[in-house]
Structures are given as C-alpha cells and as structure tokens.
Write a protein that binds this ligand. Structure first.
Ligand SMILES: Nc1ncnc2c1ncn2[C@@H]1O[C@H](COP(=O)(O)OP(=O)(O)OP(=O)(O)O)[C@@H](O)[C@H]1O
Length: 580
C-alpha cells in the first residue's frame, strides 16, 4: 500500500483547527529566540563597557539587564513548551480518532489482508511517535532554525569577514544532513514496519495461548519471535548507524570550522580590527548557531521517523472503503418486514477471484419463513450470510430486502434489519448487562433481564456473584460454550430485528444444554424471518423449507421428507445427522 497524500498537508489539516495556538506558540518561540540573541549583545557590552573599561557601575547595570532578559527568555520557553506539547498531544489524539473512525468503516476484506496486530501497532506506536515529534522535536527544530538564522545575522553585523568564513562552512555541514538524512528516513520506515510485524505476531500467539501451550509450541514460537526481534534490531541497527554518523559528521565539521574561524578572529583582535567584546559576542553567536545546527541534525532524524509514521497512518486513514452507503440511499418499505429475494447471485471473495463461491443462486423468502440451509462444508452458507449483510459486494446478481436492492440502502439501515447469532459466540470484555445490551444500547435493565429469561440464561446469571454486573473477561473466558451461546441469543432477542441469521453451533453441547439452547432459539425465532445454517436434524425438521447448497449452487429445496426422497446428497447428510 502506498499513500499518495503528502505528509505535511495532512498533518496541517489536523493543526488547522488550533491555528490560534500554533500562532501563539510561534510568537513565544520568536520572543524566546530573539531574547537569546539579545543576550549576545549583553555579553558584548559586558566585556567592552564593563569588564575591559573597568566600569563597575556599568557592569552592575548590564548584569541586571542580562538577568531580566534571562527571565523573559524562560517565560517564553515555558509558554512555547506548554503550547507545543499540548498541540502534540491534541493532534495525536485527533489523529487516533480519525484513523479509528475510518477503520470501523473498512470491510472484512481489508482485515483479511492486514493483520489486526499490525493495525494496532500502527495505531499506537506511530501516533505516539508523531505526538513526540509535533510536541517536542518539531519545536526544537523550529527554535533552532530561528536561532541559527538570527545568530548568523548577528554574526554578520558583528564581523562580515568571519561570517563569510562561516557561510563557506555551512554547505559542508548541510551536505551530510541531506544525504544521510534521506537514508535515515527510509530505514526508519523499515524499522517501524518490522516492529509492526512483531506486534502482529505477539497479538496472534497470545490470543491463541491455549493452542500454543496445548501443542507445546512455545519453543517454536520463541525461536520465531527471536527472529522477528532480530529483524527489528537489524533494521534499527542500520538506522542508528547512519544517524550516529550524521550527528558525528555535523559535529566534527561545525566545531572544526568554529575553531578555525576563532583563530582568524583572535588575530583580528590582536591587530586591533575587532574589539574583545565583539569577538566574544561573535563566538557566543557562533556557538549558538553551531548548537542549533547540531540540534537540527539530531531532531531531523526524529522528524523523518515521524514522516515515515505519518505515511503509515495516512495509509490507514485513507484505505479505500470498499463497502459504503450510497450517497442517496433508498428507504425501506415499512409495511413488509423480513422478505428476502436473492436473484442470480454470483460471488467470489476479492482475495480469491478465481474461486467462485456462489453461482447463479436464486432464493425467495417470505416474511416470517423459517429456512434451514444445509450443505457440505465450504458450500457457501456462511458466505451467503455475509452477503445478506453486505460485508462484500456480489460479483453479479442482486439481493432484495423487502423489495429494495440492498446496495441502494444505507448500511446502518440494512444491517439493523438483521440479528446474527454466529457459530462462535462473541463476548466482549464487559458485564453481562452490556454484552446483552450490545444489540440495543438504549434497552432498560428490565428488558435485558427479560431477554435473558427468554434465552434461558437468567438461571446461570443469577448464580454469578455480581449477577448482571458480573464482568465476563476477555472473550468471555469465564463462561462455558453453552452459556456464551445463550448470552448471544439473549442479545439477538433484545435486538428484536425482523431477520435472524443463525449459524448453528456444531460444538457438542450436553443434552440439558442443547435443550436449553434449542428452547432459547425457538423463543428467538418466534415471528421472524429466520435463516439457519443447520447442523442438527431437529432444526431441519422444524424448518418451513430446507435449502440444500453444494459448491455455491442451490441443488435442492423442500421439506425434510421431500428431500430425503429427491436428493442423494441430502440423504447422506441426514444419515450423518447433518453434523459436519
Ligand atoms: N475471507 C475469505 N476469503 C477467501 N475465500 C474465502 C473466505 N471465506 C471463505 N472462503 C471460501 O469460500 C468458500 C465457502 O466458504 P463458507 O464459509 O461460505 O462455507 P460454509 O458452507 O459456511 O462452510 P462450513 O459449513 O464449513 O462453515 C470456501 O471454499 C472457502 O474457502
């Protein structure tokens, strides 16, 4: 992925809302730098009028003035530092918000190409880097640039000849900054990329820690991890090498130049062309300019690292939204709810365009009908669910919901018609209450309780020490499989949407559990259009119609009895109790 948006305008767009603060920070930066520069004049007066002239009263006055100047400088530094750091925090917070909001819009196809661990690393590490650069390195670079330019000007006013010599030295110092700086930037990007790989790897292995430990995969993971860490180290080592080289080169060149220039200056003082105070002031400015140049060369590496980080963030923030709501969505017919019509549907996943998953699929489903989808593994049943909720765009054909093509509907409106109970129940790391409420955040506590009663979940929830306020732990680690399912069913009951999509679990629940889940499902399906990916005989027997899919085609449909007589494949599946 390559972002074709320039880094600076993008960052600028985040700074724009705070332009008053940016301006104020710049003003303080200017005040600070100017009073630093004025200090050089103070030093000159101190030497020439106080020290060399032996005038102690003048010495006192000038010292006092210098102290006042120092106070002013410090106050300006306080204000600049505060404002700049504030801006750094603010901008990175805004960027995090913008990127996250965009990420929520990206379709599952995007996340099947990009590992979430990597996304998280970009999200946290890159924004943190950006924050430190906007908040500190950038302000250091700006301050140093102003000081360096002002210092050069003051040097020129003090001694033209010596400044000329300094200017001869400047290109010499800039050369390594430009050449090595470019290299550092490239390597920083590589280094952040490697770090993101590590993040993705840790994310995956820790999430699947059960499997890792159960298969004794720790040693192998350890080795793989060390490899990845070494790659990070390798990328970092090169970056550090060039950066160290950069700092050393700039230092060597600038200090040597200064020594030579002060040698020339000292000879001028001896010849009486320049006063001692002027030479002192000149050297004061020269040190200031050299110091600033050194600062710039140091922070330029950070700034380039941040430019790399920003590129990566821009890629995330501008990743194309493949599935979006139309600009002028149609509205749904209010009188029917839950009619589905699938017409000549063809589909292949974007990542595997040659593997046709659904072909020429046509199905009509009436409101309130209970449909069981059966078929061998890989037949395309789950894919059909995904298409109904428009997580992907069909290659050809149409899906109509209540008579309207779903691609003409607002995504939120479309998805609000469906309640999904996936095969693997999804539990969030929050309370029972919030987990059930997920489908309808404005539901009252009583409504949640009612849904849990209908889902046969109230019994086990009552046994928890905190009842409905019990925290369920990440991915619901504190619940059994059957309990998770019943929470997921309660969520769908509470959401109360016209079409239900149930992916029946194949996990062998014990008889009591199975019966309870079945009762919960019956409560859920009452009066709703239901599509069930069926794995149990009981489910297909209770369905109004059974659709048999094979390799993405509808090969037979009818009741259980009809299919037993008409389809050999169905007979086979039924004999296997339909379980995969
Ligand atoms: N994200 C994806 N990218 C590419 N191909 C996919 C993706 N998800 C599924 N497939 C492919 O699509 C085909 C249908 O998969 P699908 O999950 O719809 O089957 P299914 O009928 O639900 O099977 P099961 O009963 O085993 O869950 C399979 O060949 C699978 O390899």
């Amino acid at each position: 992925m390559q972002a074709n948006i320039a880094v600076l305008p993008w960052l600028g767009s985040f700074l724009r809302p705070y332009r008053n603060r940016v301006l104020l920070a710049l003003v303080f930066l200017l005040i600070g730098s100017l009073s630093w520069l004025a200090l050089g004049q103070g030093v000159r007066l101190l030497v020439d009028e106080g020290f060399v002239a032996g005038n102690s009263e003048r010495l006192n006055q000038i010292t006092l003035a210098i102290l006042l100047l120092c106070t002013l400088t410090s106050a300006a530094v306080f204000c600049r530092f505060y404002l700049m750091t504030w801006l750094g925090e603010r901008v990175s917070a805004d960027i995090r918000n913008r990127v996250y909001q965009h990420m929520l819009k990206l379709s599952p196809a995007f996340y099947s190409q990009m590992r979430t661990g990597e996304v998280i690393s970009r999200f946290t590490a890159d924004t943190t880097l950006l924050q430190s650069v906007v908040g500190s390195s950038l302000s250091m670079a700006l301050r140093s640039t102003v000081t360096a330019l002002g210092g050069l000007l003051m040097m020129a006013l003090t001694s033209f000849k010596m400044t000329g010599l300094v200017l001869l030295a400047v290109p010499l110092v800039l050369l390594p900054i430009i050449v090595l700086g470019r290299k550092v930037r490239k390597l920083s990007r590589a280094s952040q990329d490697r770090l993101a790989d590590v993040g993705a790897y840790v994310d995956e292995s820790l999430h699947e820690i059960h499997t890792v430990q159960a298969y004794g995969h720790e040693e192998h993971d350890k080795t793989l991890f060390v490899d990845r860490i070494e790659q990070v180290m390798q990328a970092a080592r090169q970056r550090i090498f060039y950066r160290s080289l950069l700092i050393a080169a700039v230092m060597l060149l600038s200090i040597s130049a200064m020594v030579l220039i002060s040698w020339v200056g000292a000879r001028d003082v001896m010849a009486g062309n320049v006063s001692a105070g002027e030479l002192t002031a000149f050297m004061f400015y020269a040190v200031m300019v050299a110091g600033s140049a050194a600062t710039i060369s140091e922070v330029i590496g950070d700034i380039q690292r941040a430019a790399g980080a920003t590129e990566r963030l821009i890629e995330l923030a501008t990743a194309p939204v493949e599935i979006a709501s139309p600009t002028q969505p149609l509205s749904l017919n209010q009188s029917v709810a839950g009619a589905l019509s699938i017409r000549e549907l063809n589909f292949a996943y974007p990542l595997a365009p040659d593997n046709t998953v659904l072909s020429a699929l046509s199905i009509d489903i009436k409101p309130g009908e209970r449909i069981a989808l059966v078929g061998p593994s890989g037949a395309g049943k789950t894919t059909l669910f995904q298409l109904l909720q428009r997580f992907y765009q069909p290659t050809a054909g149409q899906i109509l919901l209540d008579g309207v093509d779903i691609s003409a509907l607002d995504l939120a409106v479309l998805r609000a018609r469906f309640a999904l109970v996936p095969q693997e129940s999804v539990i969030f790391a929050t309370s029972v209450l919030e987990n059930v409420r997920y489908g309808r955040p404005d539901a009252t506590e009583q409504e949640v309780v009612d849904a849990c009663i209908a889902a046969r979940a109230a019994g086990f929830i009552a046994e928890f020490s905190d009842g409905y306020h019990t925290q369920l732990g990440e991915r619901g680690v504190r619940l059994s499989g059957g309990q998770k399912q019943r929470i997921a069913i309660a969520r769908a009951i509470l959401a109360d949407r016209p079409v239900l999509l149930l992916d029946e679990a194949t996990s062998a629940l014990d008889a009591v559990n199975e019966q309870q889940v079945q009762q919960a499902l019956d409560n859920l399906m009452h009066g709703k259009t239901t599509l069930i990916i069926a794995h149990r005989l009981a489910t297909v027997i209770n369905a109004d119609r059974i659709l048999l899919l094979e390799q993405g085609r509808l090969v037979a449909s009818g009741s259980h009895q009809q299919l037993l007589q008409s389809s050999a494949l169905y007979q086979q599946l039924a004999q296997l109790q339909l379980l995969n």
